[in-house]
Ligand binder design. Sequence first.
Ligand code: NAD
Ligand code: IPM
Ligand code: MN
Length: 359
Amino acid sequence: ARAFNIVVLPGDGVGPEVALAAQRVLTCIGDIYGHRFDFTEHLIGGAAIDAVGESLPEETKAACIASDAVLLGAVGGPKWDGAPVRPEQGLLAIRKAMGLYANLRPLQVSPVLAHRSPLKKEIVEGVDLIVFRELTSGVYFGERTRTETSASDLCVYTVEEIERVARAAFQAAEQRRGKVTSVDKANVMETSRLWREVVTRIHAEEYPQITLEHALVDSMAMHLIRKPRDYDVILTENMFGDILSDEISVLGGSIGLLPSASLGANGPGLFEPIHGSAPDIAGQDLANPVGMVLSAAMMLRHSFQLEDEADSIEAAVAAVLASGAVTADLGGALGTVSATRAIVDAIRAIHWAAARHVP
Ligand code: NAD
Ligand code: IPM
Ligand code: MN
């Protein structure tokens, strides 16, 4: 049996509700496969501002760095809109402190779920893509200025920052359908011209067997809705990745379904759904737990190499979604707690069915 030290950062809004769902699912996986997951909760975001006056307390940062992996719910909310420190700063700071330069945001639309999207079934059926979003640089981390009459946000990328996330995307493409679409705004931005040059060179020198195409972000936003099945790995900078991944979530039917993994060169990863704190539904048992639960599966696969365990969570989620036992965002009647219970029950059912076939 293996024991894992997992830091949980519930955060704000629906964050604590979905973080609890992930812990319940992992505890079930631990029971079945004989692993111990030790969860330790720490403060981040608005909850941390309220408790100790800062969005990322030192002890939270230290605990994350010393952990085996971090699970994060969400941060932010209208309560802190006018505050001198914002909850979101804590999230950016922990990504930077842990060196999490690659943010993986996968989406698969199975035929049984295609009707959940507001787009036509024929368009979204069979979509299987993954966004590689650069996460620790760009306009999110450049110098900011503010005067009475103006404001500025500086966008900076170094060659090394582009190279490392590009390699991560090409390596993923090798294990998938062998295609990378790099998204930029090279017709306007200097950082995008550097981005395109570096991605082109890494491709030619190290991954010539992969198909590389470049796309401008504005037309990419259109193509993602018109012909999303054309894409395999989408590689892009920090802010474009943020925007395009929320757009992509519509293909799957709800933003509440999408997980993410944030990884660095080594050290622990951080796993969080792509959605935010959803203040409009917080505290009402309405949040879809699936994005958070699939993030926990990504943790098992990427941080702990527990492939079977990750597969069984993903299979259980697929079975539950196909059965129609879904939350309100997908037109169903289940709450966060009952949807989580349905996933846990499905994991046990799949496991028992498999166990019966063992001679
Ligand atoms: P949001 O993702 O929180 O919500 C957008 C819409 O999607 C809302 O209608 C919400 O109810 C719905 N939604 C989101 N998650 C859902 C789920 N699990 N189940 C069902 N419906 C869900 O985006 P927003 O409203 O623009 O932002 C709210 C706050 O969250 C802001 O303070 C923002 O900064 C923050 N935020 C945090 C993160 C993060 O912590 N990683 C990510 C995005 C936004
Ligand atoms: C996300 C969020 C964050 C981001 C915010 C809350 C800082 O939108 O994780 O997608 O922009 O990275
Ligand atoms: Mn976002």
